[in-house]
Design a protein around this ligand. Structure first.
Ligand code: ADP
Length: 345
């Protein structure tokens, strides 16, 4: 009926209808035409202003107030221009739109906060659980030693060694946690330098030979890749990335198998791939693999000595270099992690 229900239009329409009714009533009462016309005109003007005033004072001002509050809340600032409603403005429509967009924004914010809260809770739970295991072990060995095992030459050294291993694990876990917290809040500065990643790989391979030999795993460089690939990155941090990926390759790779590194020139970047021919990872785990404490096979992987934070740290380091990391895997065939580094001129 009224296309734009602004206060001016509503008043105009209502007074017009009322005036017609009054005019008809007067005509029925056989009042003279000139008086009907004059009275109707006066009635029209009076009713128009009374209705306008009533609508504006009792309804629209209150709506405007709601609008202002929502708008102020959303923008955190006061823009006077936005609050001047003209006579033919439709405040209801504007309030409606504003409330709707506000509700959508709030909904998104609440969903993000809930997710963060869930992450935080899960993380706290995981940290407590991970810390509890070595503490519980250390406590157990010490109590047993104090209860008399200290005098038993057959077990005392063994128990002390086990307690010491648990303390090392605790230390490693706390160090990884500190590292991750520094990486997450951007406190860790990257010190970029130019180096040959292929040569660097050989140095790391030398240091890891013993570990690989324990599982008879060969550390190799793919054919055709054994040549210089110059990159610009934080050498110390990239060592950490490579060591984490190689340790995983050795731990989860096939006994008697291999871990192979390959390099590809990608115009602006160098792509580094670390592949193993181990048991592989089911596709369903891949999207969550880089999350803190995410493990595919919980009991087995914890036995391998890892903290469950290795891949999360790797991802943070690569992202701090403004580069990317990805993983592909086939169950029964192996896993390949690939990350890019900025190519040096
Ligand atoms: P962890 O300390 O447990 O090794 P990571 O963050 O390094 O923690 O790895 C997370 C999980 O991803 C591991 O527990 C393991 O289940 C899986 N994973 C990592 N690398 C490999 C790999 N090369 N092959 C198979 N599974 C892997």
């Amino acid at each position: 009926m009224i296309r734009n229900p602004a206060p001016g239009n509503i008043s105009l329409f209502t007074s017009f209808v009322l005036t017609i009714l009054v005019g008809i009533s007067l005509a029925l009462l056989q009042a003279p035409f000139s008086k009907v016309l004059l009275f109707s005109l006066l009635f029209f003007l009076a009713s128009f202003f009374v209705i306008m005033f009533a609508l504006d004072t009792f309804i629209y001002r209150k709506i405007k107030l709601i609008y202002k509050i929502i708008h102020n809340y959303k923008t955190h600032k006061f823009d006077k221009k936005l609050f001047k409603f003209k006579l033919n403005d439709d405040p209801l429509k504007r309030v409606n739109e504003e409330v709707l967009s506000w509700a959508i924004d709030q909904g998104k914010e609440i969903a993000a906060l809930k997710k963060q809260e869930e992450f935080r809770r899960e993380f706290l739970g995981n940290v407590s659980h991970e810390l509890k295991t070595p503490i519980f072990n250390i406590q157990g060995y010490i109590d047993t030693l104090l209860d008399g095992a200290i005098y038993d030459a057959e077990v005392n050294i063994e128990f002390l060694k086990k307690a010491s291993r648990s303390a090392d694990r605790l230390n490693q876990l706390v160090n990884d946690l500190l590292e991750i917290s520094k990486l997450e809040d951007g406190r860790m500065e990257m010190e970029s330098e130019r180096f040959d990643i292929c040569e660097f790989t050989k140095e790391i391979y030398d240091a890891m030979e013993l570990r690989a030999a324990k599982r008879s795993i060969k550390l190799i460089i793919k054919e055709g890749c054994d040549k210089p690939f110059w990159v610009i990155a934080d050498k110390k941090r990239i060592r950490q990335v490579m060591v984490n990926l190689l340790v995983n390759g050795i731990n989860y790779g096939k006994e008697g198998g291999y871990v192979m590194l390959s390099f590809y020139d990608m115009d602006k970047n160098i792509l580094v791939e670390v592949a193993d021919n181990g048991e592989g990872i089911d596709q369903k785990h891949l999207p969550r693999l880089f999350e803190r404490f995410y493990r595919v096979d919980k009991s087995r992987t914890r036995d391998s000595g890892g903290t469950g934070l290795g891949l999360a740290i790797v991802k943070h380091i690569i992202e701090a270099h403004q580069q990317t990391i990805n993983v592909r895997s086939t169950v029964g065939q192996g896993t390949t992690f690939g990350f890019t580094l900025a190519k040096a001129k």
